[in-house]
Design a protein around this ligand. Structure first.
Ligand code: NAD
Ligand code: DAU
Length: 346
């Protein structure tokens, strides 16, 4: 197989690329295409690039999935037969500030990849979607057959990509599989998301800005379990189908925050309840029976996964301190200054 991993310098994509390269003794090729936006980081691929002589075939292209000529070139040059599309603008809060890049990458970019897959006769196209396309659910869990109801600009643009991919299966027979996973956590996650932001803020003895009452529920999946599920679906998934991927690890945000602080032996007084996210989805929950019946299941327990993630951020200060400067500080100010000032405790 020659697999194109778009967004392979980001959080999940880089874990997936590493996993593929480690498996590639059997002769597989791993090709990464990434625009290196603020969230893309070549450091995430260092284990591969430093070790190229030992690892299997690996190639990196810097570029935009919206650039059709480039995508066509990459697919032809490396005889790509499988595309796994992780490339996305992926942070809900940024989409609320400005949805533009989300519409471009998460919708138009998917269109370009699908067109190239169609014209080049790709054997498999995995569209990495998200549980956010279903919207919030007060109780019970969403099945793949439930209607979608995205409620923020990120979720809506991902829903566009998700349904466009499906339409290319129905209309042109492009062998598409769509995955919808819940919240991922693990090493190398850009520190704008809850888990890495709170770990690194706590290490720095800075406040942890918890939105609203902190009772929102997320289901947490370790990134390695997620990558194994995607690999599993390349082999065992059925074309034209949607698969939910979840760990049944539902926790309120305040529970997750306490776990992080306790692991770091930091006081709970670092928590600051701040103005809530606009249109904040209260609870996500997925029923992942469909993929589990095929034979996949997550392996990493939540408490252990959080513990090892905390340890990684403690050991890899260089990685995140470089990120938490410059553009990040401007973003942090824009995102949090008004929330902190107009704090609405509960
Ligand atoms: P991320 O923001 O860490 O990484 C995204 C990567 O895509 C970055 O390397 C970035 O440079 C690249 N990229 C952005 N725009 C691009 C473009 N136009 N062309 C090429 N590359 C581009 O995101 P992540 O958390 O690793 O998420 C990866 C995928 O998984 C996304 O599609 C996201 O919607 C989906 N997802 C994420 C989660 C989660 O909890 N993180 C859960 C479910 C689904
Ligand atoms: O559910 C899957 C989605 O999970 C993915 O599709 C997205 O790409 C990914 O970013 C993530 O979205 P969330 O919005 O759930 O993740 P985030 O880490 O931003 O927030 C998790 C929860 O924590 C959410 O309820 C908002 C809350 N939160 C987040 C931040 C950044 C806070 O209370 N304070 C914060 O500062």
């Amino acid at each position: 197989m020659s697999i194109l991993v778009t967004g392979g310098a980001g959080f999940i994509g880089s874990h997936f690329a590493r996993m593929l390269v480690n498996q590639s003794a059997s002769g597989g090729q791993t090709v990464v295409l990434d625009k290196l936006t603020y969230a893309g980081n070549m450091e995430n691929l260092r284990e591969i690039t430093d070790d190229l002589h030992k690892s299997g075939y690996f190639k990196f292209y810097k570029g935009d999935i919206c650039n059709r000529e480039l995508v066509e070139h990459v697919v032809k040059e490396d005889a790509v037969d499988t595309i796994v599309n992780f490339a996305a603008d992926s942070h809900v809060d940024r989409s609320i500030m400005d949805a533009g890049a989300f519409i471009d990458t998460d919708m138009k970019g998917v269109y370009v990849l699908l067109e190239v897959a169609r014209n080049q006769g790709a054997k498999k196209f995995i569209q990495i979607s998200t549980d956010e396309v279903y919207g919030a659910i007060p109780e019970g869990s969403f099945k793949e057959t439930d209607p979608i109801n995205p409620r923020n600009p990120y979720a809506a643009s991902k829903a566009g990509g998700d349904r466009l991919a499906y339409s290319y299966w129905v209309t042109y027979g492009v062998p598409v599989i769509i995955t919808r996973a819940c919240n991922n956590y693990g090493t190398n996650q850009y520190p704008e998301k809850l888990v890495p932001l709170f770990i690194t803020n706590a290490i720095e003895n800075k406040k942890l800005p918890l939105y609203g009452d902190g009772m929102q529920v997320r289901d947490w999946l370790h990134v390695k379990d997620h990558c194994e599920a995607i690999d599993f679906l390349i082999r065992h998934g059925k074309n034209g189908e949607v698969y939910n991927i979840s760990a049944n690890n539902e926790h309120t945000n305040i529970e997750t925050t306490h776990l992080i602080l306790d692991e770091l032996k930091k006081p709970h007084s670092l928590i600051e309840h701040v103005l809530d996210r606009e249109g904040h989805d209260r609870r996500y929950s997925l029923d992942s029976t469909k993929i589990r019946q095929l034979g996949w299941q997550p392996k990493i327990k939540y408490e252990e996964g959080i513990r090892s993630t905390v340890r990684w951020y403690l050991k890899n200060e260089d990685w995140w301190r470089k990120i938490k400067s410059g553009e990040f500080l401007e973003y942090y100010k824009r995102q949090y200054e008004h929330r902190m000032v107009s704090k609405s405790a509960k």
